[in-house]
Structures are given as structure tokens and as C-alpha cells.
Write a protein that binds this ligand. Structure first.
Ligand SMILES: [Zn+2]
Length: 408
């Protein structure tokens, strides 16, 4: 009799402990519910009032399909996810293959109303990685070429070269001539997940708030931003910043048979979710139609910005500069005149707008829909925008990262 009682007490104690250990995750589910409500409120408060000459196209860059290996996603999945997210463009970046031309075989041109660019991701002899746009069968020989040769040779063929995975890049001192840097990579950020915490968060929140679980690990890419800022300032040349979704649709758990049939699966990074989280917005003059040429030209010019659209739809954001009779947008240069250059920022939602010069925060405007700054010195000026109203942790994690205006 006594033995049974002792067992009961032990079981109750264990049950109590189990419940106690789960309480933080229950609370975190509650937090995500309130975050969802705040996001909905922000999105319904959007004001877009740009009477300017530009149209804003939202898309994603750095997407893999099963063509390049270590991804399970099909081309049809990618088209569906782009349509679900109402994207205007998707930049594919297939790994090259020794036997097939993955750039030729992946999505390109308009598919179901979405523009696809058939790029490659390739790694040089020094293991430096680049996004090559558009892609090419010659990307397969990248591992035998030096980083500089790879850049120079592909640039000579008219392709855009973006330095990818900056935290693993080795040739900072020597490599030059590339178009820009992938300053944020969703896959790299996701690898910093604490698996145990994510497991319990998932248990409680995956069903209702799978997309918002991103906010549990999202970090400002501070090191990559510093690299980019320092290089832009020291090289005195344009370096375009991009965000890479690095979407594979291969992070997850499933049970299946040898024939590839899946019986039970939980996919943590389906394309539809990745495409919702972070995007690159390109600005095209309204009289230009969206095409592979006009999109790549806008990206090359830095007429684009990075936005974590999961937090709120950023469409309509602008960063422009005026001096005398000249007027430019992000990515462009402008000459410093007497009285300075007027820098204007417009955001579709009240937010904190922070102006940086050569990587240093210079001025900020709290809770503003628009803000004007005056630049009195030459330098590389860019903007980060924060949604403080989403909660304390969002004070250090940006919603929007603009490309710079170069005051010369
Ligand atoms: Zn990749």
C-alpha cells in the first residue's frame, strides 16, 4: 500500500515538473499571438503616398531547387510559393553540376505571372561563394578558378557577381570588382537556432504561428553590415546589399520509404514561408516594364532594399536625395552642394528611421512616416527602419535595410 502511494507521489511530482518546464513555452505562444495581432494592426495602418516615378516590385533572391542537389523542392513548388506570396520576381541560384547545365534547366522568364532569373551559386578554389546572375554552364569550373579570376571572367561576360555567405568569405583583402554582398542570409541565421528551444516552441506554437517562429531566432546581421559599410567607405565605390532567402525546402523531419513516398513530415522551411519572411524590393521607373534586363539593371544599380516583410509589408518605402535640380534614389550618387544634400525617407508605417553615415548611426526619427535629413559631408548614407511598436526585442532588429546614397 505504502509503495503505491510513494509511486503516486513521485508521478505527481514528475508531472508537476513537466508542466512547469513547459510554462515558458506556453507563455511564448501567448506572446506570438499578441505579436500576430500587432502585425495585423500595423498592416492595416499602412499609408503609401508616393507620387514619384518608381514602381516597387517585391521578390526573393537565392533560391535552390532539387536540380542543384541537397534540396528537395520542385520547380512547381517554387512557382506556387511565389504566387501565394504575390511576388513579382524570384532569382534562382542553382548549384552547378558536372553533368547538366542547371542554369539552363531551372526556372527562367515569366512563369504564371512571376519573373524568374536563372542564376547559379558557385564556389571558387578558395571556397569563396558567389551568386552569378544570370547563371552559366561555366559556373561549374569555379572550383578550379581563383576568386579574382572568377569575378573578372564572369563580369566580362556581362553577369552580376554577388559575394554570398560573407561570414565564410576569405578573400576580403584581395578580391574586387564584384557588384555587391548578400548581407543577410536566412539559412545562415536559421542555423543559429537552439534545437531544444525550437523543439518546444514548435510543439506549442508551430500549429498556429509557424511563420512567426522566425522572430525567435531572427538577428540583425551586424558583422556583415559592418563589412559592407567598411568596404563601401574605404573602396569609395558602389556595393549593393541583398538579402538571400537561401531557400532549400529541406530542413525538417519525415518518415518515408525507399521509393521516396513520405508518410509523415514536418517541413520547417517550405518555400512559401521563406518567401514570406525576407524579401528584396526593386524600384523600377514606372515607364519601364519588368523584365530580366530591367530587374537586373535595378539590382546592379542598388535601386533596391531589404525588408523583413513578415513583420509588416514594406512596399512603398523610399530613400531619396535632392540637391539643386538633381534628384536621385538609393543606389545613386549625388554631388555635395553648398547648403548640403537633402535626404528624404518615407515609410508606409510609423517607424523609427535611423540614418547611417559610413556605417555610423548619425541621426534618428522616432515613430515617423517620413523624415528629412541634411547631409553636410561627403559619405555613404543609408537607412535602417525599426518597428519598435512590435516589442522591445524589435528595437535592435531592423524591419528595412536600404541601399546607400553616395554623397560625393
Ligand atoms: Zn545557397
Amino acid at each position: 500500500m505504502k509503495v503505491v502511494k510513494r509511486w503516486k507521489r513521485l508521478l505527481l511530482a514528475l508531472l508537476g515538473l513537466l508542466l512547469l518546464s513547459q510554462s515558458p513555452f506556453v507563455y511564448r505562444r501567448f506572446q506570438l499571438r499578441s505579436l500576430r495581432a500587432k502585425i495585423q494592426e500595423l498592416n492595416s495602418s499602412r499609408v503609401v503616398n508616393n507620387g514619384d516615378a518608381y514602381a516597387d516590385y517585391k521578390g526573393v533572391i537565392h533560391v535552390h531547387s532539387q536540380l542543384g542537389g541537397h534540396s528537395t523542392g520542385s520547380l512547381a513548388d517554387i512557382i506556387d510559393a511565389a504566387r501565394q506570396n504575390d511576388l513579382s520576381f524570384v532569382v534562382m541560384t542553382e548549384h552547378p553540376s558536372a553533368t547538366i547545365d542547371t542554369a539552363e534547366m531551372t526556372l527562367k522568364g515569366f512563369q504564371a505571372g512571376v519573373l524568374f532569373i536563372n542564376g547559379n551559386e558557385a564556389s571558387t578554389a578558395a571556397s569563396d561563394r558567389f551568386l552569378v546572375l544570370p547563371g552559366t554552364a561555366t559556373a561549374r569550373s569555379a572550383p578550379t578558378r581563383s576568386t579574382q579570376d572568377f569575378i573578372t571572367e564572369e563580369k566580362a561576360e556581362g553577369r552580376l557577381m554577388f559575394l554570398a555567405y560573407p561570414q565564410e568569405f576569405r578573400s576580403w583583402e584581395t578580391a574586387d570588382g564584384y557588384d555587391g554582398i548578400e548581407v543577410y542570409n536566412l539559412y545562415t541565421n536559421a542555423r543559429r537556432i537552439n534545437p531544444l528551444v525550437m523543439f518546444f516552441d514548435g510543439l506549442w506554437s508551430y500549429g498556429a504561428y509557424a511563420d512567426l517562429l522566425f522572430t525567435r531566432f531572427y538577428e540583425r546581421p551586424t558583422d556583415s553590415l559592418k563589412r559592407w559599410d567598411d568596404l563601401s567607405a574605404s573602396k569609395q565605390r558602389k556595393l549593393v546589399a541583398l538579402a538571400g532567402n537561401d531557400a532549400h525546402a529541406n530542413v525538417g523531419i519525415h518518415l518515408g520509404d525507399a521509393g521516396g513516398k513520405k508518410y509523415l513530415g514536418v517541413l520547417l522551411d517550405p518555400y512559401s514561408r521563406s518567401f514570406q519572411i525576407v524579401r528584396t524590393h526593386a524600384l523600377l521607373e514606372k515607364d519601364k516594364a519588368l523584365s530580366a534586363d530591367t530587374l537586373l539593371e535595378a539590382i546592379k544599380s542598388g535601386h533596391c532594399y531589404i525588408a523583413f516583410d513578415l513583420l509588416a509589408d514594406s512596399t512603398g518605402f523610399r530613400f531619396t536625395a535632392q540637391s539643386g535640380t538633381s534628384s536621385v534614389i538609393m543606389g545613386d550618387s549625388i554631388t555635395l552642394a553648398d547648403g548640403g544634400v537633402r535626404l528624404s525617407v518615407n515609410a508606409p508605417i510609423k517607424s523609427r528611421i535611423v540614418l547611417f553615415r559610413n556605417g555610423q548611426p548619425l541621426e534618428e526619427a522616432p515613430e515617423a512616416l517620413s523624415k528629412e535629413f541634411t547631409a553636410h559631408e561627403r559619405g555613404v548614407y543609408r537607412v535602417e527602419v525599426y518597428l519598435d511598436s512590435l516589442g522591445n526585442s524589435f528595437r535592435s532588429r531592423p524591419w528595412i535595410i536600404s541601399n546607400p546614397i553616395y554623397v560625393e
